[in-house]
Write a protein that binds this ligand. Sequence first.
Ligand SMILES: NC(=O)c1ccc[n+]([C@@H]2O[C@H](COP(=O)([O-])OP(=O)(O)OC[C@H]3O[C@@H](n4cnc5c(N)ncnc54)[C@H](OP(=O)(O)O)[C@@H]3O)[C@@H](O)[C@H]2O)c1
Length: 339
Amino acid sequence: MTVQESSAVVLRAHRTDLAQRPSSLLEVVPVELPPLREGQVRVENSLQQIIAATGDLMFAHPQLPVPPFRIGESLYGPAIGRVVESRDAALPVGTAVLHMSGWRGHSTLGAAAAFPVPDGVFPGPEYLLNQGVTAYYGMVDVAGVGEGDVVLVSGAAGGVGSMAAQVARARGAARVIGIAGGPDKCRFLVEELGLDAAIDYKSEDLDDRLAELAPEGITVFFDTVGGTQFEAAIRHAASGARFALCGVLAGQVGGGDGGFPRLDIMTALINEIQIRPFSTRQTLDQIQAWNTHYAQWYAEGRITFARTLLDGGLERAINAQDEVLAGLHRGNVVVRLAG
Ligand SMILES: NC(=O)c1ccc[n+]([C@@H]2O[C@H](COP(=O)([O-])OP(=O)(O)OC[C@H]3O[C@@H](n4cnc5c(N)ncnc54)[C@H](OP(=O)(O)O)[C@@H]3O)[C@@H](O)[C@H]2O)c1
């Protein structure tokens, strides 16, 4: 099948202020598809993952170590679709693939950048649209989580945090405590993800709750939020605690000074807290390590794909980006585009 026209989400202007909703700067436009070159495939996308970092990449000079979006061009991001045209023998028409050239009805990409979705491992292809690579790398390789750890995860109901908390659980942590905004998300953490406890940072006092839930101190902190949650974790860290710093949602999303918490150096040095910021490079090793454990833990019933599935195509994906930043959804957010 030769497809010549499709649609894509393009950036109309750069974001200049965190208060701007991404949807006010994005639009769905019709696009003509280029002829397929040797070694390329055309993919009709059916699922689009929505991640918080997309909001950062809409700034002219984002801090993240990946290319920013350009005005008038399509966004990019993780998506799943089916090959509808192929000029590469390894990826015949009909193959379901995961790739990073999403935010379009159809993507044209080199076959090497499209990864076949394995058959029969998960109930649906959407299970692959998760932030587990970062969660696994941060929890296992950076924090070295293992048996007996008392683990605290901030942003625990979000895409990365929901998987990170479960990785800690699957690795045998003694107690896993999540921080999230609101009673519904806290219930979700305990009742659906099986965490031991959740703290609602919007209505509860972090110090009181941490003193109650981890009287002997936390030994691992996986931080996606920064700001006052980082400061509280320092006060409640056990001797030799390992901190994996993953993100600064309180600054990136909340618009506060989440990226600039005050570090109580005396407490940190007395307790010899190891603070390690990290940036996942999505290397093949990192991807493979996660995929292997995810499949095994899923088969054993030890991990679930924490997600919100939405319908409505590319227009819905644009609004979903606002909603993710506003904290309206839980887990990994995926929009069905078609099929
Ligand atoms: N280091 C790396 O290699 C790497 C890789 C990928 C992602 N990241 C980072 O990891 C973080 C999480 O990414 P994600 O895609 O999983 O995002 P996410 O957690 O799904 O982001 C949305 C969440 O942010 C929370 N939030 C909003 N305002 C907040 C505030 N003022 N204080 C605290 N939380 C607030 C909301 O949760 P509540 O309703 O609970 O407040 C909302 O659900 C981001 O900072 C991202 O850039 C890092």
